[in-house]
Design a protein around this ligand. Structure first.
Ligand SMILES: NC(=O)c1ccc[n+]([C@@H]2O[C@H](COP(=O)([O-])OP(=O)(O)OC[C@H]3O[C@@H](n4cnc5c(N)ncnc54)[C@H](O)[C@@H]3O)[C@@H](O)[C@H]2O)c1
Length: 474
């Protein structure tokens, strides 16, 4: 970190004990004055759920990037072996706990970060709020409407706002689309086509783990599509009112002729195209394989297990309070990973896409794409720009190239972290920050879609909670 950056960070801390907005340039005098305050008042973080996301994105990356303004005071997980490994991996000296209540009581954190299995998020969000602690949770906010109600009630009672870590909003690509829509570049938007493709590596990974069980991840309509529904809600600046959906499990799970217990010991290794040798992934071995005797969490589980009860093909129709209608689909066994969107407006159309390999004649390594996407390294990516096509009715088209910032999720991960830890009061003109209302409306589309699939009917969002959908988001 350069000296200016250091001074700036210390100045923020000196003013608030955490971080304050204001001049980005600190005077050396205030910086020196605040140095002592910084050392005395690092923000105290506790984290629950030391899996891959908790240990890396909300763990090691935070320690590495913000170690001068935060400190971890506690780590919690149900798996004691994983806890010990992650403590070393993050390079922290704090105590570890298998009991969340004990961690909160003993460590008295300023903020708790929730990165457990989706269906358990509500438990720690509610407990954190009741303890008077600031809460930051990974997506999805939760997995059903009754847990959502518990969170909303606890937030109201505590008078504190929960932060939901929606990183997709923060990429340069999604931000540029938001700007064009805010400027009404193609007039009033009336409908949207939005299609997301998970490839045979990333898509398949969900069926190996707890995500394959509806009661753990709420199905991919909640676990994964919460990201997509959130950027849609944010882009359209309106709340969803009605949902109709189809969903099937046609490829993974019970659909294959053979199955094994787990990839490592599988007798069908040679003929299964989805065979994954977890022993070649050191991090996965350290996190999961070495600790599976504690909790039975088998990370390389068979994706043809009969118990899988989520959909692998999903189509959703959404109607918004501002009358925009959306056609959305999610595919989980595509040859390539990427997405495509089109906004139809009264005066033109905006098309955009990401990682469609033949579009720029790219030869992307599909197996490595997800790893690259999730990488916390500031590496130059194989693709360095994204495209947005704007075309006016009766007019010409304009191709906009958006430079892709290096780092996870097109630089979005860094921007999200900076906003939360470095400069929370930074002006937010495009409303990138997300709270429980955003978290709620994004999962409510998925929850309504699940209900629609089961009951073969249009589901109104208002059936699910007391939240009132607004034509323009609050
Ligand atoms: N925003 C993103 O791009 C993104 C990416 C990956 C994961 N995530 C989210 O992060 C969370 C964690 O995902 P992951 O991939 O790290 O999963 P993971 O399975 O690797 O980790 C989950 C951890 O939670 C622990 N756990 C489960 N129940 C617990 C409980 N009751 N108390 C304490 N610990 C418990 C498990 O032992 C495990 O260590 C999920 O909610 C997921 O949706 C978000």
């Amino acid at each position: 970190m350069d000296i200016h950056n250091k001074l700036r960070r210390r100045d923020f801390i000196g003013k608030t004990g955490t971080v304050l907005a204001g001049s980005m340039i600190a005077s050396p005098v205030t910086s020196m004055m605040s140095k002592a305050a910084t050392l005395a008042k690092k923000k105290k973080l506790a984290l629950v759920g030391t899996g891959i996301r908790g240990s890396s994105f909300w763990g090691k990356r935070i320690v590495d990037q913000y170690g001068d303004i935060i400190e971890f005071v506690g780590l919690c997980d149900i798996n004691p072996g994983r806890l010990e490994f992650v403590k070393g991996y993050m390079g922290v000296k704090c105590p570890v706990f298998t009991d969340f209540d004990e961690m909160i009581k003993k460590t008295k954190p300023d903020m708790v970060i929730v990165t457990t299995v989706d269906a358990t998020h509500h438990e720690f969000i509610v407990k954190g709020l009741k303890a008077g602690v600031e809460v930051l949770t990974e997506k999805p906010l939760t997995t059903d409407e009754s847990k959502l109600k518990q969170i909303l009630d606890a937030e109201k009672e505590a008078g504190k706002k929960v932060i939901v870590g929606f990183n997709y909003r923060y990429t340069d690509h999604t931000t540029r689309i938001k700007e064009l829509l805010s400027q009404e570049r193609v007039g009033k938007i009336t409908s949207v086509d939005f299609h997301w493709y998970l490839n045979v590596f990333h898509g398949a990974s969900y069926f190996r783990r707890w995500h394959g069980l509806r009661d753990k991840g709420g199905t991919l309509l909640v676990h994964k599509a919460t990201h997509h529904f959130d950027i849609l809600n944010w882009w359209l600046d309106s709340d969803p009112v009605e949902v109709y959906a189809y969903g099937e499990l046609e490829h993974y799970g019970r659909n294959n002729a053979f199955r094994g217990e787990k990839c490592r010991t599988c007798p069908h290794k040679d003929k299964c195209k989805f065979f994954w040798d977890i022993t070649r992934d050191t991090m996965a071995v350290n996190l999961y394989v070495n600790n599976e005797h504690h909790d039975g969490y088998i990370r390389d589980n068979c994706l043809w297990r009969n118990e899988i009860d989520i959909y692998d093909k999903m189509n959703v129709q959404i109607r918004y309070a501002n009358d925009v209608t959306v056609s959305y689909s999610l595919t989980t066994y595509s040859p390539y990973e990427g997405w495509r969107i089109a906004f139809n407006g009264f005066t033109g159309r905006i098309d955009s896409w990401q990682d469609i390999p033949w579009r720029k004649e790219e030869r992307l390594n599909q197996a490595e794409l997800h790893a690259e996407e999730m990488s916390q390294e500031e590496v130059q990516k194989s693709v360095n720009y994204d495209e947005i096509m704007v075309m006016d009715n009766f007019g010409e088209y304009e191709l906009i190239k958006v430079d892709r910032t290096a780092g996870g999720h097109g630089g979005g991960d860094k921007k999200l972290h900076d906003k939360i830890f470095l400069n929370p009061d930074m002006p937010d003109p495009l409303k990138h920050s997300a709270g429980t209302r955003d978290g709620a409306f994004s999962i409510l589309i998925g929850i309504a879609a699940r209900k629609s699939i089961e009951e073969h009917r249009i589901v109104r969002i208002e059936e699910l909670t007391d939240l009132k959908p607004m034509p323009k988001r609050l």
